[in-house]
Design a protein around this ligand. Structure first.
Ligand code: ZN
Ligand code: ZN
Length: 145
């Protein structure tokens, strides 16, 4: 394995990875605040809902054998084929989403709001007082179905 973590220590970066450590990644540069997506695809793939940050594609370095699942006409989702951790959402745009729960602490991030709330599960309420959008969100780079 090549070591992607050999970096200039002065570089701003965060790291993360899957549960079994087969897949790890590093993001260099600023990350978007975390957005929770309650769409049915996110609920099914995660078992609840997805909370994700995002970063410019070129700033994300992935090490390990990520498996990609084409989850819609335009988007694919990356997961670890060994432990099944859900890591990435990618629609081929300038940014890719990273599931925030896979980041190493401290992330320095906070939640910005919720999207696809009209599709949320019926067994929970969203009670954190953050903005809720019924569908996609106008923020650029926001994760959607
Ligand atoms: Zn794994
Ligand atoms: Zn979603």
């Amino acid at each position: 394995m090549s070591d992607i973590f050999d970096a200039d220590p002065s570089t701003l970066s965060v790291t993360g990875g899957c549960l079994c450590a087969e897949v790890c990644y590093r993001v260099t540069g600023p990350l978007r605040p975390v957005v929770a997506c309650h769409c049915q695809q996110c609920r099914r793939i995660s078992g609840h809902y997805v909370a994700a940050t995002s970063a410019p594609r070129e700033s994300v370095e992935i090490e390990g054998d990520v498996r990609w699942y084409q989850s819609s006409r335009t988007a694919r989702r990356g997961f670890c084929p060994v432990c099944g951790s859900n890591l990435f959402w990618d629609d081929g745009g300038a940014r890719m989403s990273i599931h925030a729960g896979t980041l190493d602490a401290p992330t320095g991030l906070s939640m910005a709001g919720h999207i696809y709330c009209a599709d949320k599960g019926d067994y929970y309420e969203i009670t954190d007082g953050l903005p809720q959008a019924p569908g996609d969100d106008p923020m650029p780079g926001t994760q959607g179905g």
